[in-house]
Design a protein around this ligand. Sequence first.
Ligand SMILES: [Zn+2]
Length: 346
Amino acid sequence: MSSDHTSRAVERLLDVPADPDSVETASWILRGMSEAALFAVAQSHAIEPLDDAVGALGARGRRGDPKFAARLRELRTILGPLPSAYESLGRDWSPQPRPGPPDTQKATAYCRLADLVDRSGPPPSGQAVSAADGHGRAALLDRDRWRPGAHPTAGVRFVRTDIDPSLAWRVWTRAADGVPVIVLVAEKLTPTVNDVWWGIHNGTHLDHISHLEATGHDATVIEYGHGLLAAESLAMSVELLAGLETSDSGVARVVWEGLVERLARLPVPDVASSPTAEAARNATDQEFTALPTLARAYTTGAVELLASGFHHPLIPVAYRTALVDRWNSLAARRPEVLDALEEAGL
Ligand SMILES: [Zn+2]
C-alpha cells in the first residue's frame, strides 16, 4: 500500500490553476479526487490521504459539481463504508453561467486545422472490442508510428480492474515506481475508435510520462492541475497531427469527430465556413461544463503549444525535437497547415 503516492496525488490535485473561490476550482478538485480514488482502487494504494483531504475541504467540497462528487463516492465505496465527510460533497452546488468562448484567434486556428482533416471516410464499424481484452495494448503497439517520440509499449504496465467504465475518465497514471500505468476497464469501442483513443491519445500520455521520467522529472506533475493542461494540449496536438498525416479516411474521420467533440465543450466561436465549428454547434458535452480552463487545454491549448514549437517546461528537449520534426515534415507535404495557422495570425 503506497500512502506516499496517494499523498502526492492529493497535493497535486489540490493545486488547481483557477480562482480558488470559484465553483470551477471546487469541481476540478472533486474530479481530481475521483481520479486519485480510481488509481488507489486499481493499484491497491492507501486511501487515507484522500479521506483526510476530503475531510478538510469544508465549504469548497460542497460547492463542487455533484456529478464528480457522485463519481468519487461510488469509487470510494468500493473500498468500504463511505466516511461521512464524502456525503456533503456537491450539496451546495448551483449551476454556473456558461463560460465565454475561447480565444478567437487560437480557436480559429484549431478549426482551420481540424477542417483540413479528411472527414469523408466511413463511420466507424466492425465488432466492438475492449481494451481489457488486450485491444488497448495492441493499439498502443501497432500505432507507435502515429506518435512522434513514441516510447515502447513494453515499458507500460497494464492494470486490470472490474471498475465500472462509467466511473473511469482518465485511465493513465504514473505508478509509485515511475512506470507509466494504464488501467484497463471493460469499455467497448469500435476498432478504429480504439486505435485512435488508445494508439494516439492515451499513447501520447504514456509517452509523455516516459519522457519526463527519463529526464529526471516526477511525471505525477502532468496528472493534475497545470500539468494536466500541458498533457491534454500535447495529446490533442498529436491527434491533430495524426489526423492530418493519415491516408486512412476511416481513421481521419474518427480523429475529426474527436476534434469536434473537444470544441463543443465550450461555446463555439464564430468561425466562417468551418465544418468543424458548425458540427460542434450541434454537439453538447456535460463533463466540462464547470471546467472551462481544462476544456480550453484540449483546443486552444493545443494550438498554442504547436505555435510555440512545443516549448514548455514539461516537454523535455528530445521529445520536443521529435514533435517539431514531425510537424515540420507534415507542413512540407501539406503547406495548407501553415496557412491555417497564419490565417489565424499565429
Ligand atoms: Zn487525455
